[in-house]
Design a protein around this ligand. Structure first.
Ligand code: ADA
Length: 586
């Protein structure tokens, strides 16, 4: 399935996905790697995580990928990588062009022109944990971190001696219902003083614009003819084609993107979508399947969304990294609301002290917003899941991240998920307060009736937040859950049985959705995932995080029907239109 959020008619575009040459190099010294002497003896599909394939399972070290392709002589080109994990160095025709160290964020390299058509792309990847080289990935994260070229690789030919479109961002204005939007065109290559371009919405009439460039960008207001509002009940999408023209009126480059007309707000202690109060009902979801690791096929994404829709969900928290664009395309089309977050998991003072981490984190944030800006499904940007936000040392990083996100995109809400609901020090900085809580699961050693802890704990968290003066901020339960091993039942209905999990989730859903201050819930989590290896995994049976309502093969546990019933009953009371049966097939 093709990435639908952007395309071009004028640019020559080629997918570089396919079978690449490959070799696992192991624990080599990366600085001694010689691209010319690389002994390459295997084939590897791109995209894939090499260590998700049984033949390389569990290996950590360097690996090299190589492909050859052709572009017309004299042309510059851009190669976009959807994600390469965890660290990589990109060589073009034997020359190292850049390193990249956030395994889930998209990035690109610009290929210089050459007199001959054949080009060689080599990607040295490394999935070893090394805080100095790749501080965004730390080994204690509660999900398995793989290596490889995880997402699509695409090559675009850039126009010769002309400006080209780097990105197009469409932002709905206050009068979005009437089709009023702002269009921002970012230009690369030769940047003119005044940009001549044409806009064509939904294949209709062409509107021409001449705009003075500011910092490489041209911004104008425009009006979408026959506007339709986007919402989960009615996920209507619009398209706009932006065509750059040279001084003689010739078309030199173009880009078509999809967008939606909708507005998200946080005010009066609640969330509002298109002016209507919004209740979020959903799950946290990792991009993962045992057969493919983090490189799930589109079919699996559709299957997951069908199941989430069947469960009565309107919301997905995409834990804990920037998403594959194919998944967000599907959320746009099917009408799911999304919280997309930057890679982060439990960072503390040592991480924040690293200049390399700060710069990689900021780069990854910018890449996430650039890639996902036009998806109407994305309503909230998240970052730094469960960081040390009970301390002052985290304030500068949180403030800086919020400022970066707001300056890149003032149209969406910003949040981080805290594990310190009672002690957190930075709620004032965000639009939405997100709580990861596990009452009656973690920390209930010695408690007679752990399930009885759920509601009182949530009530206490909310009271404490309100008593600290945050009554205007919506509160989301961004994680809550309990483990169950698929197929495990016994007479005690105790921890790890399906029955215990079902009862836990029942209480968690009711405590959250019935609370007037709570704008929604994202259960932890959709399906079981592989996590820690080695000694850390002793707290995780099977080396899996087993809190899925479905197991890793998407087989439902007992909790499935319980959650389904509750979510559907709240959907009936809270949503204007019952959207349950409206899933549109691919
Ligand atoms: C955390 C974390 C999740 C997962 C969960 C759990 O809140 O954000 O990634 O680790 O706890 O299962 O304990």
């Amino acid at each position: 399935m093709k990435n639908k959020s952007s395309s071009s008619r004028l640019r020559q575009t080629q997918s570089l996905n396919g079978l690449w040459d490959f070799a696992f190099l192991g624990r080599i010294d990366l600085e001694t790697f010689n691209p010319e002497g690389a002994l390459i003896y295997e084939k590897m599909p791109v995209p894939s995580a090499f260590d998700a394939l049984p033949i390389h399972a569990g290996k950590r070290g360097a690996a090299v990928y190589r492909t050859r392709f052709v572009i017309p002589p004299g042309h510059e080109a851009r190669v976009e990588f959807g994600a390469v994990s965890m660290w990589c160095r990109i060589y073009v025709d034997g020359v190292p062009l850049r390193d990249h160290a956030c395994g889930y964020a998209p990035f690109f390299v610009d290929l210089p022109a050459k007199e001959t058509p054949e080009r060689e792309l080599m990607v040295l990847v490394d999935n070893r944990f090394d805080f100095d080289r790749v501080p965004m990935h730390e080994e204690y994260f509660d999900f398995y971190q793989y290596g490889g070229i995880l997402r699509d690789v695409t090559c675009y030919l850039l126009p010769l001696n002309q400006p080209f479109i780097d990105s197009v961002q469409v932002t709905p204005h206050e009068r979005y219902r009437d089709g009023e939007v702002e269009v921002r065109v970012k230009v690369g290559g030769i940047v003119p003083e005044v940009l001549h371009f044409a806009l064509q919405f939904d294949g209709g009439e062409v509107q021409t614009h001449e705009v003075r460039m500011v910092n490489g960008e041209a911004t104008c207001s425009a009006s979408v003819p026959e506007p339709r509002t986007w919402s989960p009940d009615s996920p209507s999408l619009h398209q706009v084609r932006v065509t750059l023209r040279d001084a003689n009126g010739n078309d030199v480059d173009d880009m078509e993107i999809r967008f939606g007309l909708r507005r998200i707000e946080a005010r009066d202690g609640a969330l509002w979508l298109n002016g209507e109060k919004l209740q979020l009902r959903g799950y946290n979801r990792h991009e993962w399947h045992p057969n493919y690791g983090p490189c799930t096929p589109s079919l699996q994404m559709v299957v997951d969304l069908q199941l989430l829709r069947d469960l009565g969900c309107n919301f997905i928290r995409c834990a804990h990294y920037p998403q594959d664009q194919r998944f967000l395309d599907l959320c746009d089309e099917l009408g799911f609301l999304v919280l997309e977050e930057n890679l982060g998991w439990g960072q503390r003072e040592k991480t924040f002290a690293s200049a390399k981490w700060r710069s990689d984190h900021a780069e990854s944030l910018r890449a996430m917003v650039r890639a996902s800006y036009n998806h109407p499904s994305v309503i909230i940007w998240g970052f730094l899941n469960e960081a040390g936000t009970d301390h002052d040392y985290s304030r500068a990083v949180i403030a800086e991240t919020v400022n970066t996100l707001r300056s890149l995109d003032p149209s969406r809400l910003v949040t981080y998920a805290t594990m310190f609901p009672l002690e957190d020090k930075h709620f004032d900085l965000v639009d939405l307060i997100s709580l990861n809580i596990y009452p009656g699961w973690y920390g209930c050693e010695g408690v007679e009736q752990p399930l009885e802890c759920i509601k009182p704990h949530l009530d206490r968290c909310i009271e404490s937040i309100d008593s600290r003066g945050f009554t205007d901020k919506p509160i989301l339960v961004s994680e809550i859950g309990a483990e169950a091993l698929y197929g495990w039942h016994d007479a005690h209905n105790d921890f790890f049985t399906e029955e215990h999990q079902a009862e836990y989730l029942r209480r968690a859903c009711l405590a959250s959705l019935e609370h007037s201050r709570c704008c929604g819930i994202a259960l932890w989590h959709f399906s079981d995932i592989r996590t820690y290896s080695g000694g850390r995994s002793l707290t995780r049976p099977r080396t899996f995080n087993n809190k899925g309502t479905l197991d890793e093969y998407r087989r439902p546990k007992a909790a499935y029907q319980v959650v389904r019933e509750i979510f559907h009953s709240f959907a009936k009371t809270n949503d204007s239109v019952d959207q349950v049966d409206t899933l549109v097939g691919e």
